[in-house]
Design a protein around this ligand. Structure first.
Ligand SMILES: *Cc1c(COP(=O)(O)O)cnc(C)c1O
Length: 358
């Protein structure tokens, strides 16, 4: 199957509406000290933590497309859900406020965080988001099902108040509610194109991309981008919440829907979706010694701050995979930094304890 030209993919992505929220392209560079310390493949970073909207992250890349869809549908309120310290909900609130859209956030207590308005919750409060907090099982992201039903009840309430609500699922990933196309994944097809161009300009052939995967849209988009452009590049998702079996199916279905939306004539195959679930360890959002040590290592060696819920687990996975020989010396592996740093602060106690600084 001949890959598509980057200009062709850019044209297809360009058929979707988009608002300008972030600074692109995000930086791409080699992590010299980390690569040297690991003594295996060359490790590079793609800094999607530096998108620039409200501390940055992958959600703001997705929101350029999703907010355009809200505006096209003349929404004046957005309703979505995720965990208490959700990057998605905070970035959604920050993005929509700029367009006069009211953010309504359903936040589930999926892990024990310190009480009080800290981290993303502080930012949600400053944005004056309409926050509804619910209990939930610990250690796992709340996906569709129950959350979608609760969301519909809130939407009905907003409709009765004369609003035009737009319902969008956790992470902007699954096409559900008012988002009928997986726009978050479309944004990450575009991100893969951006990376491919930067790597080419730097004379780097990308053998693999590694990133934290949670609701699946980022991975789905990267998988479609990798299939469309560069036959050989593997996309490796490090799950932070769900076991790889059912989760890989979610990613596959989002990827296929994204490929369809872009009229790409190839079938995304189950083996295009590579997910590792052994780095979830104690569960979603649980900070363990490995997470704390990885945050310290990457901050000290490279001056890059990772977050405890997503990117530190993904980096711990990458480092372990290098040690296990999953990547070979001479290969070029790109770590996609997806953001999330505000979550450091509500986890300060645990991190300091684990680093012996409490
Ligand atoms: C949401 C999120 C992810 C996962 O992206 P999905 O598209 O939901 O899989 C990774 N890292 C950070 C920091 C996130 O906030």
């Amino acid at each position: 199957m001949p890959p598509y030209a980057t200009s062709d993919i850019v044209r297809r992505v360009g058929r979707f509406g988009r608002v300008e929220l972030i600074h692109l392209p995000t930086p791409f560079r080699r992590l010299d000290r980390l690569s040297g310390a690991l003594g295996g493949p060359s490790i590079y970073v793609k800094r999607d933590d530096l998108t620039g909207l409200a501390f940055g992250g992958n959600k703001s890349r997705k929101l350029e497309f999703i907010v355009a869809d809200m505006l096209a549908k003349k929404a004046d309120a957005v309703v979505t859900w995720a965990s208490l310290q959700s990057n998605w909900c905070m970035q959604t609130a920050a993005a929509v406020r700029r367009f006069g859209i009211r953010p309504v956030l359903l936040l589930f207590k999926t892990y024990d965080a310190e009480p009080g308005l800290d981290g993303n919750l502080l930012l949600d409060a400053i944005l004056d988001a309409d926050i509804r907090i619910r209990e939930a099982d610990k250690g796992k992201l709340v996906k569709s099902g129950a959350a979608m039903a609760a969301l519909e009840a809130i939407a009905a309430e907003l409709l009765a108040d004369g609003h035009r609500p737009y319902l969008v699922p956790v992470g902007g990933s699954l096409p559900l509610g008012d988002m009928t196309v997986p726009l978050g994944a479309v944004a990450y097809v575009d991100a893969f194109v951006e990376l491919a161009r930067q790597a080419e300009a730097a004379g780097v052939g990308v053998d693999a991309v590694v990133h934290a995967t949670g609701s699946g849209g980022t991975q789905a988009g990267l998988v479609v981008g990798a299939r469309a452009l560069a036959g050989g590049c593997r996309v490796v998702g490090i799950s932070v919440s769900d076991p790889k079996g059912p989760f890989s199916e979610d990613v596959l279905s989002i990827a296929r829907a994204a490929a369809d939306a872009l009229d790409l004539r190839f079938e995304v195959r189950p083996d295009d979706v590579v997910v590792f679930d052994e780095y979830i360890r104690e569960g979603y959002g649980v900070v363990d010694p490995e997470v704390a040590a990885t945050i310290r290592l990457v901050f000290q060696e490279e001056g890059i701050v990772l977050d405890p819920v997503y990117t530190a687990k993904a980096m711990a996975g990458l480092i372990d995979l290098v040690r296990r020989g999953y990547f070979r010396a001479g290969e070029n592996v790109v770590f996609f930094h997806t953001g999330g740093t505000p979550a450091l602060f509500p986890n300060r106690k645990k991190i300091l304890e684990l680093l012996g600084r409490a």
